[in-house]
Ligand binder design. Structure first.
Ligand SMILES: [Zn+2]
Length: 96
């Protein structure tokens, strides 16, 4: 977090002073920095967990859709089998 008045860069989470753009020379590196070292580790772990959670949910949904499709195909298959059985029974009774 950048404080325009003092030029101080603070950690977005804990508010720790990361540096001052007027004092320290490395303006661009500082202005990009959002978290202190401690919070950055936590932030990335947190992001990682969130990403993993999203991935798991996506996989779960994919699997669910796949199972639903499989179920529909099994039903369709059964209906077709019944239809074929009926057709062959009709043919048998018609024949001879
Ligand atoms: Zn921090």
């Amino acid at each position: 977090m950048y404080d325009g008045k003092t030029g101080t860069i603070l950690c977005d989470w804990c508010g720790a002073v990361l540096g001052n753009i007027n004092g320290d020379g490395n303006f661009f590196a500082l202005i990009r920095t959002k978290y202190c070292t401690q919070c950055r580790q936590f932030a990335s772990a947190e992001n990682h967990r969130a990403a993993q959670r999203a991935y798991r949910q996506r996989k779960k949904l994919e699997k669910k859709l796949c199972m639903e499709r499989l179920d529909l195909m099994a039903q369709e298959n059964e209906l077709l089998r019944q239809k074929i059985r009926r057709m062959s029974e009709d043919n048998e009774s018609e024949g001879t």
